[in-house]
Design a protein around this ligand. Structure first.
Ligand code: NAP
Length: 303
């Protein structure tokens, strides 16, 4: 029972889309997921840039995708993969609980939160420091908080928080944003959002709980204290490829090296989604990768 045509590592949008495509090609499919299905999209309050769907929450998107994949016959198991080995036609996948065999494997493990790197950051997680505005925003209702970062996640987090907290400081290390201009424009229209440009968070204040942050202006060196109860860190993500470094090539930033056909240098091992080298990391490109990787995997299995 531990043999499948295809094993997909990761049940985010890329992995579950791959499962749908492979099932529609009549392959047996096991999806292995270490945490919860859906991947990072479950932290997005409102998806507005997926074709046809004008608005959907990340959780609803993930649940619908999971239902679609499992209704087609994909099996999803919550097990952490610790290694993948390619022995010719046979691929062995070791989890913390079981060992599996497959003809092909798609690595769709996505990425994890990058830490800010400020002293006591880890100690204050759950005591004011958070990496997920939609998960923890409610704890800070009517309080003052800050978001740090300048990508789409930081912008969307700030927008979400502005509606439930008293005040949001948006701290960014530059004076222009990496995220979408339309979201920046919406934030500018919010009375309770203050932009703190060219600034780094240089200290976390408070003993048992966060009571504020020290920010340092990069241009003048001037320090300022912001009295806040919550700090939402949204400074990007790190690809989750640690378990596959011995198997496939990764670039200097840790992304799995693969072209638009999602093939790695190892026959039968494919990579899909945010852990792959690529230009645009979006929900729609993750889903597209899943379709491409599964189609390539089916071709490989049928050859
Ligand atoms: P990101 O786009 O990589 O942005 C990370 C931000 O954090 C950048 O502004 C960066 O500053 C800043 N940063 C990095 N390290 C820092 C540090 N040590 N201290 C302070 N600031 C630091 O990451 P993301 O916002 O998590 O987004 C990841 C991907 O998901 C992106 O492709 C994004 O478009 C996508 N995404 C899409 C949606 C959507 O489509 N609705 C929603 C969320 C995310 P610099 O700009 O100066 O480098």
């Amino acid at each position: 029972m531990n043999q499948f045509d295809l094993i997909v590592v990761g049940a985010g949008p890329a992995g579950l889309t791959a499962a749908i495509y492979a099932r529609r090609a009549s392959k047996t499919v096991l999806v292995l997921e270490a945490k919860a299905w859906g991947g990072q999209i479950i932290n997005t309050p409102d998806i507005e840039n997926y074709p046809v769907v004008a608005h959907i929450s990340g959780v609803d998107f993930a649940n619908d995708l999971y239902r679609q994949a499992t209704a087609l016959g994909a099996e999803v198991r919550l097990e952490k993969v610790v290694s993948v080995q390619a022995q010719g036609q046979t691929k062995r996948v070791q989890t913390t609980k079981n060992e599996y065999e497959a003809g092909a494997v798609i690595l769709a493990t996505g990425s994890e939160n990058r830490k800010l790197g400020v002293e006591r950051e880890q100690a204050l997680v759950g005591r004011g420091v958070s990496y997920c505005a939609t998960c923890d925003g409610n704890f800070f209702r009517k309080r003052d908080v800050a978001v740090v970062g300048g990508g789409n996640t930081a912008l969307e987090d700030a927008l979400y928080l502005a509606d439930i907290v008293n005040k949001v400081y948006l701290i960014h290390r530059r004076d222009s944003f990496r995220g979408e201009e339309s979201t920046v424009a919406r934030l500018r229209g919010k009375q309770n959002v203050e932009f703190v440009y060219n600034a780094n968070v240089t200290a976390l204040l408070g003993e048992k709980r966060l009571t504020g942050v020290e920010v340092t202006d990069k241009l003048t060196g001037e320090k300022r204290t912001l009295a806040i109860d919550g700090l939402f860190v949204a400074v990007g993500r790190i690809p989750e490829n640690e378990s596959f470094r011995a198997l496939i090539d990764v670039d200097e930033a840790g992304y799995a090296v693969a072209g638009e056909n999602c093939r790695t240098r190892v026959p039968g091992i494919f990579v899909a989604g945010d852990n792959r080298t690529k230009e645009v990391r979006q929900l729609v490109t993750a889903a597209a990768d899943g379709a491409v990787a599964a189609t390539e995997a089916v071709k490989y299995l049928n050859a």
